[in-house]
Design a protein around this ligand. Structure first.
Ligand code: SIN
Length: 351
């Protein structure tokens, strides 16, 4: 069920979180029982890697690449189990599961890390922030990226890498060209105050909920529209339940690969070094395919004939950009001055 904006950070996930806590308590009880059995000398270290998109996305493919590299380079001393497409946990659940040690590795979108950084990860959600992929990489591969990942550590979470997805587009059941077209539309966004503010500034009603519920909510008419990257739209089949898509490239979606810090710190150092190398190479692979995956997905969406695709004109984009400038000012209320200043120094002033 999608939940209205007002309670977006807590209510929609409340029931899921209670169930998860019970489930995890059970898992720990079983783990405690298992611990009393003598461990076999060859038992591999298991890394459970949970994510919410399909195995066919850049993230899904890179998770598999990490598994192959990690297992071969440790000579089988590590086994990586991948659980794609919210098979184990939905959006916010997976972060709780990671912190509690029920899984060891996840790769959530940066928007979903706001709760562990005093809101600073939401900086990446600012509309029209990056002019291209290179500008995004310059920020995450430099001191801003390093200092943001450091903010996770007091929460028992260690950041290993930033993975790209790409620029987001909008879809709805009406054409979206000018600001007025957004009026009163119920649009799904991820749980980020910046994204909620973006939608309300456009005159729409923001609705926050997990990715896995979006298809059904659009199909049943609970939602009118959504924003995401072409590869996420295609693999979740959202284009099949929408009539119009606007290529707006108005925001960027990317990920941090993060691990349970106590688990990571306790690994034998040779294993940890091998895993760091595997992650470096899997990340290079992910970041090299994400752009092309989205271009191909957009082409397939266009040729599917399921919906009308419009590329926003420079005039339309100028109207959106002007209207959304106020979001930068609003975000100063919850994103630290330190992060905003460091970002501006690297990326230039807001658009
Ligand atoms: C993801 O790409 O991992 C999910 C993004 C979303 O929730 O829309």
């Amino acid at each position: 069920m999608m939940t209205k904006t007002k309670h977006h950070h807590t209510e929609q996930y409340g029931a899921e979180r209670r169930t998860l806590t019970r489930w995890i308590a059970g898992t720990f009880a079983m783990a405690a029982l298992a611990a009393v059995k003598p461990a076999s000398a060859q038992a591999p270290i298991v890394i459970q890697f949970s994510h919410v998109v399909t195995a066919g996305t850049a993230k899904g493919k890179a998770a598999l690449r990490f598994k192959e590299l990690a297992e071969s380079r440790t000579g089988g001393k590590v086994r990586v189990e991948i659980y794609p497409n919210s098979q184990l946990y939905k959006d916010r659940e997976e972060l709780d599961a990671l912190r509690l040690g029920a899984v060891q590795m996840i790769a959530p979108s940066l928007s979903k890390l706001a709760s562990l950084s005093g809101g600073d990860f939401e900086v990446f959600d600012l509309p029209f922030l990056f002019k291209d992929r290179v500008a995004f990489r310059a920020v995450v591969d430099g001191p801003v990226g390093t200092s943001l990942l450091k903010k996770l550590e007091p929460h028992g979470v260690k950041g290993l890498a930033f993975w790209d997805n790409g620029f987001k587009v909008f879809s709805a059941n009406r054409p979206l060209q000018w600001i007025d077209d957004f009026k009163a539309l119920k649009v799904r966004v991820q749980a980020s105050k910046v994204l909620v503010t973006q939608m309300t500034t456009l005159g729409a009603q923001a609705s926050v909920g997990p990715l896995t519920s979006v298809y059904e909510a659009l199909r049943s008419g609970q939602l009118d529209g959504q924003e995401n990257t072409p590869i996420n739209i295609e693999t979740q089949r959202l284009h099949e339940v929408q009539r119009h898509l606007t290529v707006s490239n108005h925001g960027y979606l990317a990920y941090a690969v993060i691990v349970n810090k106590p688990f990571w710190d306790k690994l034998p150092s040779d294993i940890r070094t091998a895993l760091e190398g595997a992650m470096r190479d899997a990340s290079t692979y992910e970041n090299s395919i994400a752009g092309a995956e989205n271009t191909k997905a957009l082409e397939r969406i266009k040729t599917s004939g399921k919906l009308t695709v419009h590329t926003a004109t420079p005039q339309e984009l100028e109207q959106w950009r002007t209207a959304l400038r106020s979001v930068y000012k609003d975000a100063q209320g919850w994103i630290s001055t330190e992060t905003l200043t460091a970002l501006n120094a690297l990326n230039g002033p807001p658009p």
